[in-house]
Design a protein around this ligand. Sequence first.
Ligand code: NIG
Ligand code: FE
Length: 431
Amino acid sequence: MALYVKNASQVITVAGASDKPKKGAEMEEIGVIENGSVICKEGGIVFVGSDKDAQKFLKALDEEIETIDAAGKIVTPGLIDPHTHIVFAGSREHELEMRLQGATYMEIYQKGGGIHFTTKKTQEASEERLLLETRQRLNRFLQYGVTTVEAKSGYGLDLRHELKQLEVAKKLQETHPVDLVSTFMGAHAIPSKYQENSDEYVRLVIEEMIPVVAERGLADFCDVFCEEGVFTIEQSRRILEAGIKAGLKPKIHADEIVSLGGAELAAEVGAISADHLLKASQRGIEELAKKGVIAVLLPGTAFFLMEKPADARKMIESGVPVALSTDRNPGSSPTESLPFIMNLACLTMKMTPAEVLSACTINAAHAIDKASEIGSLEKGKKADLVIFDAPNYQFLQYNYAVNLVNTVIKNGKVVVKEGMVLDEVIAPGGS
Ligand code: NIG
Ligand code: FE
Protein backbone atom coordinates (compact mmCIF):
# COMPACT_ATOMS: atom_id res chain seq x y z
CA MET A 1 0.00 0.00 0.00
CA ALA A 2 1.36 3.43 -0.97
CA LEU A 3 0.57 6.67 0.84
CA TYR A 4 -0.15 9.65 -1.41
CA VAL A 5 -0.02 13.10 0.19
CA LYS A 6 -1.76 15.08 -2.44
CA ASN A 7 -1.56 18.60 -3.76
CA ALA A 8 -0.20 20.59 -0.82
CA SER A 9 -0.11 24.35 -1.28
CA GLN A 10 3.64 24.03 -0.57
CA VAL A 11 5.91 21.05 -0.12
CA ILE A 12 9.05 22.21 1.70
CA THR A 13 11.70 19.68 0.65
CA VAL A 14 14.89 21.20 2.19
CA ALA A 15 16.57 18.93 -0.37
CA GLY A 16 20.16 18.89 -1.59
CA ALA A 17 22.13 19.13 1.65
CA SER A 18 22.39 15.56 2.86
CA ASP A 19 26.19 15.53 2.61
CA LYS A 20 26.86 18.82 4.45
CA PRO A 21 24.79 21.05 6.73
CA LYS A 22 23.46 24.29 5.30
CA LYS A 23 25.34 27.45 6.22
CA GLY A 24 25.10 31.16 5.41
CA ALA A 25 22.69 31.97 2.58
CA GLU A 26 22.11 28.23 1.93
CA MET A 27 19.90 28.18 5.02
CA GLU A 28 17.39 30.29 3.05
CA GLU A 29 17.08 27.63 0.34
CA ILE A 30 14.32 25.28 1.45
CA GLY A 31 13.13 23.91 -1.88
CA VAL A 32 9.49 25.04 -2.04
CA ILE A 33 7.27 23.12 -4.49
CA GLU A 34 3.88 24.78 -5.06
CA ASN A 35 0.98 22.33 -5.54
CA GLY A 36 3.30 19.54 -4.56
CA SER A 37 2.81 15.92 -3.62
CA VAL A 38 4.77 13.24 -1.78
CA ILE A 39 4.37 9.49 -2.23
CA CYS A 40 5.59 7.02 0.38
CA LYS A 41 5.97 3.27 0.15
CA GLU A 42 7.27 0.71 2.63
CA GLY A 43 8.35 3.41 5.07
CA GLY A 44 10.35 5.39 2.53
CA ILE A 45 9.80 8.33 0.19
CA VAL A 46 9.46 7.25 -3.45
CA PHE A 47 8.32 10.50 -5.07
CA VAL A 48 8.44 14.25 -4.35
CA GLY A 49 7.32 16.73 -6.97
CA SER A 50 4.41 18.44 -8.67
CA ASP A 51 0.98 16.88 -8.31
CA LYS A 52 0.77 16.49 -12.07
CA ASP A 53 3.87 14.29 -12.10
CA ALA A 54 2.64 12.46 -8.99
CA GLN A 55 -0.43 11.28 -10.85
CA LYS A 56 1.68 9.89 -13.69
CA PHE A 57 3.95 8.19 -11.12
CA LEU A 58 0.98 6.57 -9.39
CA LYS A 59 -0.39 5.15 -12.64
CA ALA A 60 2.94 3.43 -13.27
CA LEU A 61 3.10 2.23 -9.64
CA ASP A 62 -0.02 0.07 -9.97
CA GLU A 63 -0.59 -0.35 -6.26
CA GLU A 64 -3.34 0.21 -3.68
CA ILE A 65 -3.17 3.81 -2.54
CA GLU A 66 -4.22 5.66 0.60
CA THR A 67 -4.67 9.34 -0.22
CA ILE A 68 -4.39 12.32 2.12
CA ASP A 69 -5.59 15.57 0.64
CA ALA A 70 -3.21 18.34 1.72
CA ALA A 71 -4.86 21.15 -0.27
CA GLY A 72 -4.39 24.49 1.49
CA LYS A 73 -1.76 23.00 3.80
CA ILE A 74 2.02 22.72 3.79
CA VAL A 75 4.12 19.57 4.05
CA THR A 76 7.56 19.58 5.68
CA PRO A 77 10.07 16.92 6.69
CA GLY A 78 9.40 15.50 10.18
CA LEU A 79 10.94 17.94 12.66
CA ILE A 80 14.12 16.81 14.42
CA ASP A 81 15.16 17.78 17.94
CA PRO A 82 18.93 17.30 18.31
CA HIS A 83 19.31 18.13 22.03
CA THR A 84 17.07 16.85 24.83
CA HIS A 85 17.30 15.53 28.36
CA ILE A 86 13.95 13.70 28.29
CA VAL A 87 14.64 10.63 30.43
CA PHE A 88 14.12 11.91 33.96
CA ALA A 89 11.87 12.02 37.00
CA GLY A 90 11.77 15.13 39.18
CA SER A 91 10.12 18.19 37.75
CA ARG A 92 11.27 21.45 39.31
CA GLU A 93 8.35 23.89 39.32
CA HIS A 94 9.34 24.88 42.88
CA GLU A 95 12.35 26.67 41.33
CA LEU A 96 10.22 29.17 39.45
CA GLU A 97 9.40 31.36 42.44
CA MET A 98 13.04 31.27 43.58
CA ARG A 99 14.13 32.44 40.16
CA LEU A 100 11.46 35.14 40.06
CA GLN A 101 12.87 36.42 43.34
CA GLY A 102 16.30 36.70 41.74
CA ALA A 103 18.04 33.36 42.36
CA THR A 104 20.03 32.35 39.28
CA TYR A 105 20.06 28.90 37.65
CA MET A 106 23.65 28.32 38.85
CA GLU A 107 22.93 29.52 42.42
CA ILE A 108 20.14 26.97 42.70
CA TYR A 109 22.49 24.26 41.35
CA GLN A 110 25.29 25.24 43.75
CA LYS A 111 22.92 24.96 46.72
CA GLY A 112 22.16 21.34 45.82
CA GLY A 113 19.00 22.01 43.78
CA GLY A 114 18.72 22.12 40.00
CA ILE A 115 20.30 19.13 38.25
CA HIS A 116 21.09 17.60 41.69
CA PHE A 117 17.37 17.53 42.57
CA THR A 118 16.43 15.83 39.31
CA THR A 119 19.32 13.38 39.69
CA LYS A 120 18.08 12.27 43.11
CA LYS A 121 14.54 11.73 41.80
CA THR A 122 15.81 9.95 38.67
CA GLN A 123 18.04 7.65 40.70
CA GLU A 124 15.07 6.77 42.94
CA ALA A 125 12.65 6.18 40.05
CA SER A 126 12.03 2.68 38.73
CA GLU A 127 12.71 1.94 35.10
CA GLU A 128 8.93 1.51 34.60
CA ARG A 129 8.28 4.98 36.00
CA LEU A 130 10.92 6.53 33.72
CA LEU A 131 9.50 4.66 30.73
CA LEU A 132 6.01 5.90 31.45
CA GLU A 133 7.00 9.54 31.98
CA THR A 134 9.32 9.64 28.97
CA ARG A 135 6.74 7.96 26.75
CA GLN A 136 4.31 10.78 27.59
CA ARG A 137 6.95 13.32 26.62
CA LEU A 138 7.53 11.53 23.31
CA ASN A 139 3.78 11.54 22.62
CA ARG A 140 3.77 15.30 23.10
CA PHE A 141 6.80 15.66 20.81
CA LEU A 142 4.91 13.74 18.14
CA GLN A 143 1.90 15.98 18.54
CA TYR A 144 4.22 18.93 17.79
CA GLY A 145 5.49 17.28 14.60
CA VAL A 146 8.80 15.97 16.00
CA THR A 147 9.69 12.54 14.59
CA THR A 148 13.29 12.12 15.85
CA VAL A 149 14.91 13.27 19.10
CA GLU A 150 18.35 13.03 20.59
CA ALA A 151 18.19 11.99 24.27
CA LYS A 152 20.97 12.54 26.79
CA SER A 153 21.67 10.71 30.00
CA GLY A 154 23.07 12.81 32.85
CA TYR A 155 20.60 12.47 35.72
CA GLY A 156 22.16 9.21 36.92
CA LEU A 157 25.69 10.46 37.64
CA ASP A 158 26.92 7.00 38.54
CA LEU A 159 27.39 3.99 36.31
CA ARG A 160 24.27 2.09 37.39
CA HIS A 161 21.88 4.99 37.03
CA GLU A 162 23.41 6.38 33.83
CA LEU A 163 22.94 2.91 32.30
CA LYS A 164 19.34 2.88 33.57
CA GLN A 165 18.58 6.13 31.72
CA LEU A 166 20.24 4.90 28.53
CA GLU A 167 18.39 1.57 28.71
CA VAL A 168 15.09 3.45 28.99
CA ALA A 169 15.96 5.44 25.86
CA LYS A 170 16.84 2.20 24.07
CA LYS A 171 13.52 0.56 25.03
CA LEU A 172 11.63 3.60 23.79
CA GLN A 173 13.60 3.57 20.54
CA GLU A 174 12.38 0.00 20.08
CA THR A 175 8.75 0.63 21.01
CA HIS A 176 7.78 4.24 20.29
CA PRO A 177 7.28 5.72 16.80
CA VAL A 178 9.56 8.69 17.57
CA ASP A 179 13.16 7.72 16.82
CA LEU A 180 15.68 8.28 19.61
CA VAL A 181 19.42 8.81 19.27
CA SER A 182 21.34 8.52 22.54
CA THR A 183 24.07 10.64 24.07
CA PHE A 184 26.04 9.71 27.17
CA MET A 185 26.28 12.75 29.46
CA GLY A 186 27.66 11.40 32.73
CA ALA A 187 29.49 14.74 32.85
CA HIS A 188 26.29 16.74 33.33
CA ALA A 189 27.00 17.79 36.93
CA ILE A 190 29.49 17.08 39.67
CA PRO A 191 27.76 14.93 42.30
CA SER A 192 27.81 16.67 45.71
CA LYS A 193 30.15 14.10 47.24
CA TYR A 194 32.81 14.92 44.63
CA GLN A 195 32.39 18.68 44.93
CA GLU A 196 35.82 19.07 46.53
CA ASN A 197 37.41 16.48 44.26
CA SER A 198 35.89 16.87 40.82
CA ASP A 199 38.90 15.21 39.13
CA GLU A 200 37.97 11.97 40.85
CA TYR A 201 34.49 12.15 39.31
CA VAL A 202 36.05 12.92 35.91
CA ARG A 203 38.19 9.80 36.37
CA LEU A 204 35.05 7.73 37.03
CA VAL A 205 33.38 9.11 33.91
CA ILE A 206 36.45 8.35 31.79
CA GLU A 207 37.53 5.02 33.24
CA GLU A 208 34.33 3.44 34.49
CA MET A 209 31.41 4.87 32.57
CA ILE A 210 32.50 5.65 28.99
CA PRO A 211 33.98 2.19 28.31
CA VAL A 212 30.85 0.36 29.52
CA VAL A 213 28.42 2.66 27.69
CA ALA A 214 30.41 2.33 24.47
CA GLU A 215 30.88 -1.40 24.78
CA ARG A 216 27.14 -1.96 25.25
CA GLY A 217 26.36 0.28 22.29
CA LEU A 218 24.10 2.45 24.42
CA ALA A 219 25.12 5.83 22.98
CA ASP A 220 26.41 7.40 19.78
CA PHE A 221 27.60 10.65 21.32
CA CYS A 222 29.33 11.95 24.43
CA ASP A 223 28.43 15.36 25.88
CA VAL A 224 29.75 17.49 28.75
CA PHE A 225 28.46 20.53 30.63
CA CYS A 226 31.54 22.72 30.19
CA GLU A 227 30.80 25.67 32.46
CA GLU A 228 32.27 27.73 35.28
CA GLY A 229 31.59 25.79 38.49
CA VAL A 230 30.87 22.55 36.61
CA PHE A 231 33.45 20.95 34.25
CA THR A 232 36.51 23.02 33.29
CA ILE A 233 37.83 23.27 29.74
CA GLU A 234 40.63 20.91 30.64
CA GLN A 235 38.29 18.33 32.24
CA SER A 236 35.86 18.62 29.33
CA ARG A 237 38.68 18.05 26.84
CA ARG A 238 39.75 14.87 28.67
CA ILE A 239 36.20 13.54 28.80
CA LEU A 240 35.48 14.25 25.13
CA GLU A 241 38.79 12.73 24.05
CA ALA A 242 38.05 9.59 26.06
CA GLY A 243 34.66 9.46 24.35
CA ILE A 244 36.27 9.79 20.90
CA LYS A 245 38.67 6.94 21.72
CA ALA A 246 35.69 4.76 22.64
CA GLY A 247 33.82 5.69 19.45
CA LEU A 248 31.47 8.30 20.92
CA LYS A 249 31.24 11.47 18.86
CA PRO A 250 31.70 14.67 20.85
CA LYS A 251 29.01 17.23 21.63
CA ILE A 252 29.37 20.01 24.14
CA HIS A 253 27.23 22.31 26.30
CA ALA A 254 29.36 25.36 25.55
CA ASP A 255 29.54 28.98 26.69
CA GLU A 256 26.01 29.01 28.11
CA ILE A 257 26.47 31.13 31.22
CA VAL A 258 30.09 32.30 31.05
CA SER A 259 32.39 32.81 28.05
CA LEU A 260 34.71 29.96 28.98
CA GLY A 261 36.03 28.88 25.57
CA GLY A 262 33.65 25.97 24.98
CA ALA A 263 33.17 26.92 21.33
CA GLU A 264 36.93 26.89 20.79
CA LEU A 265 37.15 23.49 22.50
CA ALA A 266 34.36 22.14 20.27
CA ALA A 267 36.38 23.15 17.20
CA GLU A 268 39.60 21.77 18.67
CA VAL A 269 38.19 18.28 19.35
CA GLY A 270 36.14 18.23 16.12
CA ALA A 271 32.75 18.13 17.87
CA ILE A 272 29.73 17.41 15.72
CA SER A 273 27.90 20.23 17.53
CA ALA A 274 28.40 22.95 20.12
CA ASP A 275 25.19 23.73 21.96
CA HIS A 276 23.83 26.84 23.81
CA LEU A 277 26.62 29.38 22.91
CA LEU A 278 24.88 32.38 24.49
CA LYS A 279 28.26 33.76 25.49
CA ALA A 280 30.41 32.37 22.64
CA SER A 281 33.34 34.65 21.79
CA GLN A 282 34.03 36.11 18.35
CA ARG A 283 37.02 33.79 18.03
CA GLY A 284 34.92 30.84 19.14
CA ILE A 285 32.36 31.56 16.42
CA GLU A 286 35.10 31.84 13.80
CA GLU A 287 36.57 28.51 14.91
CA LEU A 288 33.16 26.81 14.67
CA ALA A 289 32.78 28.14 11.13
CA LYS A 290 36.27 27.02 10.14
CA LYS A 291 35.71 23.46 11.40
CA GLY A 292 32.07 23.20 10.28
CA VAL A 293 30.84 22.51 13.83
CA ILE A 294 27.05 22.88 14.00
CA ALA A 295 25.75 25.44 16.49
CA VAL A 296 22.68 23.94 18.17
CA LEU A 297 20.84 27.00 19.50
CA LEU A 298 18.25 26.79 22.27
CA PRO A 299 16.25 30.04 22.37
CA GLY A 300 13.64 28.42 24.63
CA THR A 301 16.27 27.99 27.34
CA ALA A 302 17.30 31.64 27.11
CA PHE A 303 13.61 32.63 27.25
CA PHE A 304 12.86 30.39 30.24
CA LEU A 305 15.98 31.52 32.14
CA MET A 306 15.23 35.14 31.17
CA GLU A 307 18.59 35.57 29.43
CA LYS A 308 19.63 37.17 26.15
CA PRO A 309 19.65 34.44 23.46
CA ALA A 310 22.64 33.40 21.36
CA ASP A 311 23.70 35.65 18.49
CA ALA A 312 22.25 33.53 15.69
CA ARG A 313 22.66 36.28 13.08
CA LYS A 314 26.36 36.62 13.76
CA MET A 315 26.79 32.84 13.55
CA ILE A 316 24.87 32.51 10.28
CA GLU A 317 26.70 35.48 8.79
CA SER A 318 30.03 33.96 9.87
CA GLY A 319 29.19 30.71 8.08
CA VAL A 320 28.37 28.52 11.10
CA PRO A 321 25.65 25.95 10.29
CA VAL A 322 22.82 26.50 12.78
CA ALA A 323 20.31 23.97 14.15
CA LEU A 324 17.59 24.54 16.76
CA SER A 325 16.31 22.46 19.65
CA THR A 326 13.97 22.54 22.62
CA ASP A 327 16.69 21.43 25.11
CA ARG A 328 13.69 19.66 26.74
CA ASN A 329 14.65 19.21 30.42
CA PRO A 330 13.03 19.86 33.80
CA GLY A 331 15.13 22.87 34.82
CA SER A 332 15.88 25.22 31.96
CA SER A 333 13.38 24.31 29.26
CA PRO A 334 10.31 22.27 30.18
CA THR A 335 8.60 22.13 26.80
CA GLU A 336 8.24 19.72 23.90
CA SER A 337 7.03 22.45 21.57
CA LEU A 338 9.70 22.69 18.91
CA PRO A 339 7.30 24.88 16.86
CA PHE A 340 7.33 27.44 19.71
CA ILE A 341 11.14 27.30 19.76
CA MET A 342 10.98 28.04 16.02
CA ASN A 343 8.80 31.07 16.77
CA LEU A 344 11.31 32.22 19.39
CA ALA A 345 14.19 31.75 16.95
CA CYS A 346 12.45 34.21 14.61
CA LEU A 347 11.25 36.69 17.17
CA THR A 348 14.17 36.74 19.62
CA MET A 349 17.13 35.81 17.38
CA LYS A 350 15.87 37.28 14.09
CA MET A 351 16.25 34.06 12.11
CA THR A 352 14.05 34.04 9.01
CA PRO A 353 11.20 31.51 8.60
CA ALA A 354 13.24 29.70 5.93
CA GLU A 355 16.39 29.55 8.07
CA VAL A 356 14.34 28.19 10.95
CA LEU A 357 13.04 25.36 8.79
CA SER A 358 16.54 24.42 7.63
CA ALA A 359 17.64 24.49 11.28
CA CYS A 360 14.91 22.10 12.47
CA THR A 361 15.19 19.62 9.61
CA ILE A 362 18.39 18.97 7.64
CA ASN A 363 20.79 20.82 9.97
CA ALA A 364 19.28 19.10 13.00
CA ALA A 365 19.70 15.78 11.18
CA HIS A 366 23.38 16.58 10.62
CA ALA A 367 23.77 17.46 14.30
CA ILE A 368 22.88 13.85 15.15
CA ASP A 369 24.68 12.37 12.15
CA LYS A 370 21.48 11.12 10.51
CA ALA A 371 21.28 13.35 7.45
CA SER A 372 21.58 10.47 5.01
CA GLU A 373 18.26 9.07 6.33
CA ILE A 374 16.14 12.00 7.53
CA GLY A 375 15.86 15.80 7.50
CA SER A 376 14.58 16.37 3.97
CA LEU A 377 11.88 15.16 1.62
CA GLU A 378 13.85 13.30 -1.00
CA LYS A 379 13.48 9.99 -2.75
CA GLY A 380 15.13 7.26 -0.69
CA LYS A 381 14.81 8.98 2.70
CA LYS A 382 12.56 7.81 5.53
CA ALA A 383 8.92 8.77 5.09
CA ASP A 384 8.79 11.18 8.06
CA LEU A 385 6.48 14.07 7.16
CA VAL A 386 4.38 16.72 8.84
CA ILE A 387 1.29 18.36 7.34
CA PHE A 388 0.62 21.74 8.93
CA ASP A 389 -2.64 23.69 8.85
CA ALA A 390 -0.85 26.58 7.18
CA PRO A 391 -1.13 27.87 3.60
CA ASN A 392 2.57 28.82 3.44
CA TYR A 393 5.67 28.32 5.57
CA GLN A 394 5.80 31.92 6.85
CA PHE A 395 2.36 31.39 8.43
CA LEU A 396 3.97 28.88 10.83
CA GLN A 397 6.22 31.54 12.35
CA TYR A 398 3.66 34.35 12.23
CA ASN A 399 1.05 32.48 14.28
CA TYR A 400 3.06 31.90 17.41
CA ALA A 401 2.65 29.42 20.24
CA VAL A 402 -0.19 27.59 18.54
CA ASN A 403 0.04 24.03 17.38
CA LEU A 404 -0.68 23.95 13.65
CA VAL A 405 0.26 20.27 13.21
CA ASN A 406 -2.55 18.49 11.40
CA THR A 407 -1.00 15.15 10.43
CA VAL A 408 2.26 13.39 11.24
CA ILE A 409 3.51 10.50 9.13
CA LYS A 410 6.29 8.43 10.67
CA ASN A 411 7.99 5.69 8.66
CA GLY A 412 5.18 6.01 6.11
CA LYS A 413 2.39 5.54 8.69
CA VAL A 414 -0.04 8.13 10.00
CA VAL A 415 0.58 8.60 13.75
CA VAL A 416 -1.12 11.98 14.30
CA LYS A 417 -4.44 12.76 12.66
CA GLU A 418 -6.37 16.04 12.91
CA GLY A 419 -3.83 17.12 15.52
CA MET A 420 -4.43 14.08 17.75
CA VAL A 421 -1.90 11.33 18.48
CA LEU A 422 -3.58 8.05 17.49
CA ASP A 423 -4.73 5.71 20.26
CA GLU A 424 -2.45 2.88 19.15
CA VAL A 425 0.55 5.15 19.77
CA ILE A 426 -0.65 6.29 23.20
CA ALA A 427 -1.61 2.79 24.36
CA PRO A 428 0.20 0.26 22.18
CA GLY A 429 -1.55 -3.11 22.10
CA GLY A 430 -4.78 -1.60 23.48
CA SER A 431 -5.50 -0.61 27.10
O1 NIG B 1 21.05 22.14 28.63
N1 NIG B 1 22.92 23.29 31.11
C1 NIG B 1 22.90 22.13 31.49
N2 NIG B 1 22.00 21.20 31.24
C2 NIG B 1 20.66 21.44 30.82
C3 NIG B 1 19.76 21.73 31.97
C4 NIG B 1 19.53 20.54 32.83
C5 NIG B 1 18.72 20.81 34.05
O2 NIG B 1 18.66 21.95 34.54
O3 NIG B 1 18.14 19.84 34.54
C6 NIG B 1 20.59 22.45 29.71
O4 NIG B 1 20.08 23.57 29.90
FE1 FE C 1 21.02 20.67 27.46
